[in-house]
Write a protein that binds this ligand. Structure first.
Ligand code: CO
Length: 134
């Protein structure tokens, strides 16, 4: 079902500071911040030779990462995103296997303009998983 690792997402309090660490200290290619009010986050993408890192900073009152940062005040790994060919088929197969899907259970358009699903961390070994149809 799952294919390539699309990205690893890190929740951060200060995306400018985190971007500077990746750009100036770790020497990576870092995008400009992009506000995504529909998703309650500001994102930065860091392009690595084999995958991407997504930095997420909360945006607005109802940000989905606000609670994560309350529990992890210094930031931390928020989710891993794997690529799938057919998101609807993946969602159905996962539900049939007893894996809970977050939200209304159906795919929605994610922060990168592609259909995504999030899998309940407790059902998939502890880390939040995002599936993205590519
Ligand atoms: Co993501």
């Amino acid at each position: 079902m799952i294919g390539r690792l699309n990205h690893v997402a890190l929740a951060v309090r200060d995306i400018g500071k985190a971007s500077a660490i990746y750009r100036d200290i770790l020497g990576a290619e870092v995008s400009q911040p992009m506000a995504q009010p529909d998703h309650g986050v500001t994102t930065v993408f860091i392009t690595l030779p084999n995958t991407k890192i997504e930095l997420l900073e909360p945006l607005g009152e109802a940000s989905p990462i606000a609670r994560f940062l309350e529990r992890n005040p210094d930031g931390g790994m928020h989710h891993i995103c794997y690529e799938v060919d057919d998101i609807a088929a993946a969602g159905n197969a996962l539900q049939a296997a007893g894996v809970r899907l977050l939200g209304n259970g159906g795919p929605k358009i994610g922060a990168h303009g592609k259909p995504v699903l999030f899998l309940h961390p407790k059902d998939v070994s502890g880390a939040l998983i995002e599936l993205e149809q590519v």
